[in-house]
Design a protein around this ligand. Structure first.
Ligand SMILES: [Zn+2]
Length: 49
């Protein structure tokens, strides 16, 4: 995954930074896990889950 992209994106719930964990992204604050599908992180707010 692009490192630049990781610096731009953030958690849709609390706007905190995300960190790469294996093939997924984890919010540093709420620990929510976000899937990466076809190289694109799926960042949906909780109410759309
Ligand atoms: Zn979060």
């Amino acid at each position: 995954m692009e490192k630049e992209l990781l610096e731009i994106i953030c958690c849709p719930d609390d706007k905190e930074d995300l960190k790469l964990k294996k093939d997924k992204l984890e919010c540093k604050k709420c620990k929510r896990i976000f899937d990466i599908r076809n190289g694109v992180p799926v960042l949906l707010p909780k109410y759309l889950d």
